[in-house]
Design a protein around this ligand. Structure first.
Ligand code: M6R
Length: 380
């Protein structure tokens, strides 16, 4: 039931703090000191040691929003756990797989566990590794919201994303839950491979514990603001979303959410790529949403945003409220908490979901059942 919300999508957006809490409880040992004193990982995914042994590479296959979650996962697995990681569209990988590499973990990310391309990519990976020497054997892991699905029966190991059933065709809470799986996986690997100090690890774990409250604060402050903002885009036909680093996939996700439910043409770009072509599209009719979170690429995103402003684009900033510089550049601010850069995607995606929702709802569209789309794509 919709529990008083106008659409399932909005209800599911609001369920996200609870989903993050469920994942924190399930995957992370809250008594970090006791866990580390006993030499146990502070993360508990129930995965066997052989999955991780001598790991040299990770490859991830997925589609749509799950592919975006995988891109955040790649950032974490490479930058925190220092493991080379490739992310492939399942529909591409199944016909042009990368050459076989040894000691490789293959992860399929699919909330439904029924996406035909993702299942076929994993089946192909299993088959082509059969009969090879042990270091080439398939190591398959599924990240899914439905362990009882076809995927659940196909792969030996699963991370259950614990989002509860999602009805809206546009994925929201299952995306957040997939992100949580990748935080847990990357931190578990980082702990085991000692790629970060225990102080850093502890800081990240503490930061994660605060995330549900940060999402709640974002929902509270953004709901009205994004609804108001949506009024201005009744006639808009094109939107650009930009971000960098760990927030580049969030720019892609913001654009996908908007296209899916509002039928507005939208593209996400790494902000530094704008000048290599897409900037030619910009003028006063094309709004640009820039995700500018404090951290390693903040100044770069701000200067990319300035370039867009010089082309008369209406600039909408997803950025912390107190920042004077940002306040000057952006015509509209969607303020979010200044969380650690590494954790920021879990917060920055929220206003983009709300913005897409309100634009579509304002246009009177069928938000939960957009045209031409199905909740799970079980055909090729
Ligand atoms: O069930 P899956 O996660 O495998 O689905 C993959 C995509 O079809 C899905 O994420 C799609 O892009 C959503 N409608 C996004 O909102």
């Amino acid at each position: 039931e919709k529990q008083g919300f106008k659409h399932f999508m909005l209800k599911e957006i609001y369920e996200q703090p609870g989903v993050v809490r469920a994942c924190l409880e399930a995957y992370f040992n809250t008594d970090w000191n006791a866990a580390s004193a006993n030499n146990n990982s502070p993360i508990n995914l129930g995965l066997p040691a052989e999955l991780y042994a001598d790991l040299e590479q990770i490859q991830i296959v997925a589609c749509g929003t799950s592919w975006h979650a995988a891109l955040v996962g790649k950032y974490l697995l490479e930058q925190v756990a220092q493991i080379p990681t490739q992310v492939q569209y399942a529909s591409e990988f199944r016909y042009a797989p990368s050459p076989l590499t040894p000691n490789t973990l293959t992860i399929g990310v699919t909330q439904s566990g029924e996406t035909a391309d993702t299942l076929a990519a994993l089946a192909m990976e299993k088959e082509r590794r059969q009969g090879k020497e042990p270091k080439y054997h398939a190591r398959l892991l599924g990240i899914t919201n439905r362990p009882e699905s076809t995927l659940g029966h196909m792969v030996p190991h699963i991370i259950n994303t614990l989002a509860g059933i999602e009805i809206g065709v546009a994925a929201t809470k299952t995306f957040i839950a997939q992100l949580m799986s990748f935080y847990a996986l990357a931190l578990d690997l980082a702990y085991r491979r000692q790629t970060v100090s225990s102080d850093t690890l502890e800081d990240i774990l503490k930061g994660l514990q605060h995330i549900p409250k940060e999402i709640e604060a974002t929902l509270e402050s953004q709901e009205h603001l994004t609804e108001q903002l949506a009024h201005d885009f009744a006639e808009t036909t094109d939107f650009i979303f930009v971000g960098r680093g760990i927030n580049f996939p969030i720019a892609l996700e913001g654009a996908l959410k908007l296209k899916e439910i509002s039928y507005i043409h939208a593209e996400g770009y790494p902000a530094g790529e704008m000048k290599h072509g897409p900037i030619a599209l910009l003028d006063a009719k094309v709004p640009v949403v820039a995700i500018a979170m404090p951290g390693s690429v903040y100044e770069k995103v701000i200067s990319n945003a300035q370039e867009a402003k010089a082309r008369d684009s209406r600039l909408i900033g997803v950025t912390p409220v107190k920042d004077g510089e940002a306040a000057e550049i952006f015509k509209d601010l969607i303020p979010v908490s200044a969380v650690d850069e590494l954790l920021s995607p879990i917060v920055t995606v929220i206003p983009l979901q709300l913005l897409a929702y309100h634009i579509a709802a304002r246009r009177g569209l069928d938000v939960d059942q957009p045209r031409n789309l199905a909740k799970s794509v079980t055909v090729e």
